[in-house]
Design a protein around this ligand. Structure first.
Ligand code: SF4
Ligand code: SF4
Length: 132
């Protein structure tokens, strides 16, 4: 049976948590984060979110997500897009996406080659072990 570690092992480099914007949080992400932090919505919003119209992102501090501190400090409550990264479905549809993602994530196993990578990724999606 294929395993996630066949194609990806996080090196905890933190690269994906850097930048001056973050992924956006959908309604379920927001509820999950509130539950995980055990704070009120208003407290979470004030301390951790950047709200622009209907778009909710996490604040950034010193060029990284506010929750980044040598790893994700809100791991259980992180948005689904963070949990999905770097096994993004667009990898399968376009080899260039694989190259781009692999260049920004050292956890990607490039040794096995693109075709084999996609084969395993699709098996993982099919078996429900990763969400795409
Ligand atoms: S860039 Fe990749 S290896 Fe680095 S922390 Fe993010 S997921 Fe892990
Ligand atoms: S929530 Fe966690 S995984 Fe997502 S960007 Fe912030 S620190 Fe990184």
């Amino acid at each position: 049976m294929v395993k996630i570690s066949d194609i990806f092992t996080c090196k905890r480099c933190g690269y994906c948590c850097q930048g001056n914007t973050t992924v956006s949080l959908d309604q379920e992400d927001q509820e999950n984060m509130i539950r995980t932090l055990r704070l009120s919505r208003d407290q979470v919003k004030t301390r951790y979110w950047r709200v622009t119209g209907s778009v909710v992102q996490m604040k950034t501090v010193d060029g990284h997500c506010i929750f980044y501190d040598e790893g994700c400090t809100v791991h259980e409550g992180r948005p689904w897009r963070c949990a999905q990264w770097p096994l993004h479905p667009s990898i399968v549809s376009d080899r260039n996406n694989f190259t781009t993602i692999a260049e920004s994530c050292p956890g990607i196993n490039r040794e096995i080659g693109y075709e084999k990578f996609c084969e395993i990724l699709l098996q993982l999606v099919k078996s429900g072990r990763i969400v795409c």
